[in-house]
Design a protein around this ligand. Structure first.
Ligand code: CU
Length: 139
């Protein structure tokens, strides 16, 4: 009985620790194209890399990580599957100027942004989890 409680407390402690790590990761989750080219998918070089997956200790809690990336005009963003069978990168304002679907057949996609502005997007598969992101394109 006493041992079981010790185990339960250990599990709770581990969960809290994981939450703290996830929170710390979320706070520092902005990347910029100035950090240099990063390998995406099959090795394609890109200015910013966004993973679609689970970045908390809650199962099936899908999000984009980092939530926001900052790039400059002419630079690229890659979205890549980390977890889950499929996600969409769907422009929140409508249209199809960027994004698409990533799944087992197409585990990553790269888009080039040629006009400055904010490009919010979401995943149609995981709207219930609030799976959203933002690309900020600076002049
Ligand atoms: Cu999704």
């Amino acid at each position: 009985m006493r041992d079981r409680r010790a185990v339960q407390q250990a599990i709770v402690s581990a969960g809290v620790a994981a939450s703290v790590v996830a929170l710390a990761a979320a706070c520092g989750s902005l990347t910029t194209g100035d950090q240099g080219l990063r390998a995406c998918g099959d090795g394609t070089e890109t200015n910013a890399l966004v993973f679609a997956g689970v970045f908390s200790d809650v199962a099936e809690d899908y999000s984009f990580d980092p939530y926001q990336v900052d790039i400059t005009v002419g630079q690229t963003v890659c979205w890549e599957i980390a977890e889950g069978s499929s996600h969409t990168i769907t422009p929140s304002g409508g249209g199809t100027t960027f994004g698409g679907t990533i799944d087992a057949n197409q585990p990553f996609l790269v888009d080039t942004f040629s006009v400055a502005g904010d490009y919010p997007y979401y995943c149609q598969v995981h709207t219930a989890q609030g799976m959203t992101g933002l690309v900020r394109v600076l002049p």
